[in-house]
Design a binder for this molecule. Structure first.
Ligand SMILES: Nc1nc2c(ncn2[C@@H]2O[C@H](COP(=O)(O)OP(=O)(O)OP(=O)(O)O)[C@@H](O)[C@H]2O)c(=O)[nH]1
Ligand SMILES: [Mg+2]
Length: 292
């Protein structure tokens, strides 16, 4: 067991509610099975916060809320942890999940969990109205748990981003790399950008056309990266095209929301991905192992 996981398990024993912060653009791929396991072991209720909704497709986010709110012991909400008004709603939503707590004698103890780079520390800072934790758009900024009193009835614990040993589906790894929950070393940026480009062309062709002035008919993710290199004139020492730089630009445009509000998965796309996996398990001759 890694020390972050051991520490999370220890803390789980003495808290009342888990806030699981998720990136609204990849909420299922970014749902850590370890967090669920630890939480269910101690029977802790969970508030799922679909964060970064300012970057996600609002229609898809609503579909995810409906999906998560059907789960037992779970309440889901979508917001932006950067906005003070949004974050302020969260403690009030936690209270009904542990109605026996929330007094001066028995403060409500909340542990903020989630995979790296989803906005856990941002939530902590916004709620406390001061910068108690470092934040940044890269994975693994927070290294240790930190506990603070929000008021005399509520305690908050920020935790380091927690990953699990093996991501089951390669496309989940790609989505987590695109949203920057997995760092540069794990998956090559070019591959991630091509994967992202495929999704964008399929589901958000108008946004791609607007931003990169191209016809997306018959274009794939690799073609989009090549097009960006040509469009922006990215070249290595003035010679051949710099596709790596173009790949980074595509990733940055998605990560910062420059491209528009985009979700990489929906309950529907998830269901069809699982169906494809099931079908290929029953049909070993099927070579279709590409999932989205
Ligand atoms: N657009 C947008 N960006 C956000 C939001 N919340 C957090 N961020 C950004 O997401 C990045 C990661 O935020 P952190 O709070 O450091 O994330 P974390 O979950 O604590 O990350 P680790 O400590 O590395 O696990 C930062 O660049 C934040 O500014 C949000 O609601 N909208
Ligand atoms: Mg953090």
């Amino acid at each position: 067991m890694t020390s972050a996981r051991r520490k999370a398990a220890e803390t789980m024993a003495r808290i009342d509610v888990v806030i699981e912060v998720l990136d609204a653009r990849v909420p299922e791929a970014g749902s850590n099975p370890l967090i669920r396991e630890l939480r269910l072991h101690r029977q802790r209720p969970c508030l799922k916060v679909l964060n970064k909704t300012d970057l996600a497709d609002p229609v898809v986010t609503q579909a995810w809320l409906d999906h998560f709110n059907q789960q037992e012991g779970v309440h889901a909400v979508a917001l932006s942890c950067k906005k003070a008004g949004d974050a302020a709603k969260i403690p009030k939503l936690c209270l009904p999940l542990a109605p026996q707590r929330g007094t001066t004698l028995k403060p409500l103890r909340i542990m903020i969990m989630g995979i790296p780079n989803v906005g856990k520390s941002t939530l902590m800072n916004t709620l406390l109205k001061r910068r108690v934790a470092a934040v940044g758009d890269e994975p693994a900024i927070t290294k240790n748990q930190q506990s603070f009193n929000l008021d005399d009835r509520t305690t908050l614990i920020d935790t380091p981003g927690l990953m699990w040993p093996k991501i089951e589906y390669p496309s989940d790894g790609m989505m987590l790399a695109a949203s920057h929950s997995i760092g540069r070393n794990a998956i090559i940026d070019d591959e991630v950008a091509a994967f992202l480009g495929d999704i964008l062309i399929e589901r958000y062709p108008l946004l791609v056309q607007q931003r990169y002035k191209c016809d997306t008919t018959n274009m794939d993710g690799v073609g989009l990266v090549e097009h960006i290199a040509q469009l922006r004139g990215f070249r290595i020492r003035g010679k051949e095209f710099d596709f790596e730089k173009a790949a980074m630009m595509l990733l940055q445009d998605f990560r910062t929301g420059t491209l528009g509000r985009i979700s990489l998965e929906s309950p529907q796309s998830r269901a069809s991905m699982m169906q494809t996996i099931l079908d290929s398990a029953y049909n070993p001759l099927s070579s279709d192992t590409e999932h989205r």
